[in-house]
Design a protein around this ligand. Sequence first.
Ligand code: GTP
Ligand code: MG
Length: 367
Amino acid sequence: MLKFWKKSEKPEVPPADPPAKASKGELEGSLLNSPLPPSAPSPARGGREKQINLPSAGEAKKKTWRERLAGSVLNRDIRDLFARHPRLDESLLDDLETILIGADVGVTASTELIEDLRARMAKREFADAGELLGALRERLVALLAPVAQPLRIDTAHKPFVILMVGVNGVGKTTTIGKLARRLQDQGLGVVLAAGDTFRAAAVEQLKTWGERNGVAVIAQGSGADSASVIFDALQSTRSKGADVLIADTAGRLHTQGGLMDELSKVRRVLGKLDAQAPHEVLLAIDGTTGQNAINQTRQFRQAIGVTGLVVTKLDGTAKGGVVFALAREFGLPIRFVGLGETAEDLREFDAQAFVDGLLPSSLGATQ
Ligand SMILES: Nc1nc2c(ncn2[C@@H]2O[C@H](COP(=O)(O)OP(=O)(O)OP(=O)(O)O)[C@@H](O)[C@H]2O)c(=O)[nH]1
Ligand SMILES: [Mg+2]
């Protein structure tokens, strides 16, 4: 974050197109960037001087939920549907149902949502298609609100142990990097365990992340036993007196029994040092995966007991709907969503901001 001190009352950089009402997630995201880094020069304090935050190269890319989610299939298809000047009739409901299912919301959740709208349309609750979209938005927020439960680091556990699991390439290691940075910014001492011992490159990836952000990474050579790396890391984190240990694990197919058993071993071994560890098992789900996300969640839940989800890669052209399917099917807390590749793109999950981003009310105002 570059900071300049100017006498001007007006920021030189206009705020990026905010939504009508800033959501909790957006406010929280912007506050993350507010503390003055220790290395920043101490500014001269004078009468009307005003602090202006200019984004650094990385932060310039930080976008609102709406900007990040605008490319989703759900957003695109509903925008197209409403742009065709829909009439408030059965065929609108049919088209909406097809779009929801096609965007991975899931057949059950989609049917329930449409049945509710159908009953209300029959009671003439909606004056136009825009009002129907408003009702759909409300139902979607209501579906997600119970699972929008932020990760709370209970400092009674020292360290608080987070185990990151998921299938190959979903964004586990990247999410660990982003999360470490976030927790550090909150003043917590973080240590990372390179528990993905399958590939040397995985250890390097985590080490690079640690070096860049000044976070200690506990690793052994590739081929080491994952459970023993994580066990050593817990001992070492304890002796350092750090607050949080985040352990990476190798990506595995939820159908690979042997590898899934390895996760139970990690839990068992950690339990020897702290009966309650890991305190959080975060399952990373790739937001572009579709309905397979349901199978993955079911299997990882059985194998290791998932306590929270991170849905990654929802930026770009993800369908967006899998978040609703997961919420309806499991009711597991969704801790974070990944809306891009930089540290700032890991956002605490916010049901209202997510629905606003996917389906802005303006989509219904096109008739
Ligand atoms: N666009 C986007 N890319 C992401 C996001 N999260 C992760 N990625 C990218 O996804 C790719 C895979 O990320 P990794 O963190 O290596 O995934 P992993 O689950 O650790 O992979 P394995 O260790 O091989 O199982 C990388 O190119 C990341 O930059 C996200 O939220 N948005
Ligand atoms: Mg990895």
